[in-house]
Ligand binder design. Structure first.
Ligand SMILES: Cc1cc2nc3c(=O)[nH]c(=O)nc-3n(C[C@H](O)[C@H](O)[C@H](O)COP(=O)(O)O)c2cc1C
Length: 256
C-alpha cells in the first residue's frame, strides 16, 4: 500500500468519545468550518448548514436526546442540517412560488441531495480535525427524537437534521476498530451472485472483532460482527421510531 500524511489520517481514525475540557481555539474552528464548506456539493446547491452548539443547556438537551453524556462534554459540537430553507428563500426572491407543484426543493430527491452534501461536509470537517490532532465522534443518536431536536435548534421549513459531530482534544486512546476484508466490500464489475463469496471471510472477521474492546464498555470485548449485524437486523423499538417521521410534514415531503 502507498502512504503519505493524507492517507495516514483516515487510516488512523477512530471515534473519540472522551475529550479534554479545553476549548478548541477560534482559528481551528474557522479552519474546520471552511474545510467543510469546500466539500463537493451536488449541483452546487450548497444545501446544508451546521449549527455550532455553544450553549451548555442546549448541549445538555441534545445529550439527553442522544442518551450519550459525552455529547454535553464535547468542546465543539455541530449539528449538520440538510437545508433547502435558504435556497427556498433565495428562489422566492427570484419569484419562485414555494407552494407551486413545480417547486422541487421540498422533494425527496432534493432531500437526499442535501443529506449527501451535509455528510460530505461533515466528513471533510472530521478528517481535517483528525489531521490537526483533534478527535471526533459522529452522532446519529441526535436523531433519536427528531422533533425535539428540530424544536431545540429552531430548524425551519425545508430543513432536516442529518448528523451531529463532536470534536475536541482526545482524552482516551481507543484501539483501531477492525474492518472487514477489502474483497468482501469491493467487487469488480458485478455484485457477486453467490452469497457464499460475500461471507467467505466472515468467521475470521468475527474472531477479530470479538477481540476489540470498546472503551464505553471495557468489561468485555464487543460482540462478533455477525452478532452485531443480527442484533441490528431486528426491530428493538428504538431506531425504527426515529427514522424520518417529521420529514413527512413541514420539513421535507417524500411525495415525489
Ligand atoms: C452515521 C454515523 C452515526 C454514528 N452515530 C454514533 C453515535 O450516535 N454515537 C456514537 O458514540 N458513535 C456513533 N458513530 C460512530 C460509530 O459507532 C463508529 O464509527 C463505528 O463503531 C466504527 O468505529 P470507529 O469510528 O472507531 O472506527 C456513528 C457513526 C456514523 C458513521
Amino acid at each position: 500500500m502507498r502512504t503519505n500524511e493524507t492517507i495516514e489520517t483516515p487510516l488512523n481514525r477512530r471515534s473519540i468519545r472522551k475529550f479534554k475540557p479545553e476549548a478548541v481555539d477560534s482559528q481551528t474552528v474557522a479552519t474546520l468550518e471552511v474545510v467543510a464548506q469546500h466539500a463537493a456539493s451536488s449541483q452546487y446547491l450548497q444545501d446544508w448548514s451546521a449549527i455550532r452548539v455553544e450553549d451548555p443547556a442546549i448541549k445538555q438537551a441534545i445529550a439527553e436526546i442522544g442518551h450519550q453524556t459525552y455529547i454535553a462534554e464535547a468542546p465543539l459540537l455541530y449539528i449538520f442540517v440538510a437545508d433547502e430553507h435558504r435556497n427556498a428563500a433565495i428562489a422566492t426572491r427570484k419569484g419562485v412560488d414555494v407552494h407551486a407543484d413545480e417547486f422541487t426543493l421540498n422533494s425527496s430527491y432534493r432531500f437526499s441531495q442535501a443529506q449527501n452534501d451535509a455528510v460530505l461536509a461533515l466528513h471533510a470537517m472530521e478528517t481535517a480535525a483528525y489531521s490537526l490532532g483533534l478527535g471526533c465522534v459522529i452522532l446519529g443518536s441526535v436523531l433519536n427524537d427528531p422533533r425535539k431536536l428540530i424544536a431545540t435548534l429552531h430548524l425551519p421549513e425545508f430543513t432536516y437534521p442529518v448528523l451531529g459531530l463532536a470534536i475536541g482534544k482526545p482524552d482516551q486512546a481507543p484501539a483501531l476498530k477492525p474492518r472487514m476484508e477489502r474483497d468482501d466490500q469491493f467487487f469488480t464489475d458485478f455484485y457477486p451472485a453467490d452469497d457464499a463469496q460475500l461471507l467467505h471471510g466472515l468467521d475470521a472477521f468475527d474472531g477479530t472483532v470479538h477481540q476489540y474492546y470498546d472503551l464505553r464498555n471495557t468489561d468485555r470485548p464487543v460482540d462478533a460482527f455477525s452478532d452485531q449485524i443480527a442484533n441490528n437486523a431486528v426491530d428493538r423499538g428504538v431506531f425504527s421510531r426515529s427514522v424520518t417521521p417529521v420529514a413527512e410534514d413541514q420539513h421535507f415531503r417524500f411525495d415525489r
